[in-house]
Design a protein around this ligand. Sequence first.
Ligand code: ADE
Length: 228
Amino acid sequence: MKIDVLTLFPDMFLEVFEHSIIKKAQSLKKVEIQVHNFRDYAFDKHQQVDDYQVGGGPGMVLKPEPIYLAVEALRKLETKVILLTPQGQLYDQKRAYDLAKEKHLIIICGHYEGFDERILDLVDYEISIGDYVLTGGEIPAMVLVDSVVRLLPGVIQEESHLTDSFTDGLLDYPVYTKPIDFRGMKVPEILLSGHHQKIATWRREKQIEKTKQKRPDLWEKRRIDEKI
Ligand code: ADE
């Protein structure tokens, strides 16, 4: 997979993409990530990327020209263009799985008070990471890249994300490590039994119990989706 990120703050990505699983995925050539400053695509001598709203109003608005030029330079036939904005569809694990099947993503980080509406003509998906407003799309872009890259084949053990929270509409089951008894809090007996089938059943029960308790909204959605 190839991912191009368009931002006014490329340095914000340096640390995040150079650590842990995202770094490993790049070293294994499972993903190639490039971060571009779309100011480099501004054509006037001041490299202006924003301007006042036509018709009056507060704040500066991202101009369309640099973003169009950047996307046109990077786009291929198979490319999907994503704009991160609080007005987008809410991001979830299902969308992460869908995006992980793509070959090339261009991710545009919105900024300032907003963007010229004509930018939407370039975009396949408008995505929001939650119903709150951040100062820009950079942190959402990091969230999106992280959640997609870990799903690419060969990046982490597949078994590990098949049991992730949300993968089948349930939260993950509780996990433990040693010591078996920590300050009187004991690892559940069943996990010491070595009985794989019983452990799998227990884990499933715990997933359901935990989801009902902590995320009744998820449980209700699953009940409706699966007509339980
Ligand atoms: N930009 C600002 N807030 C955002 C959000 N919640 N999701 C995606 N992009 C954003």
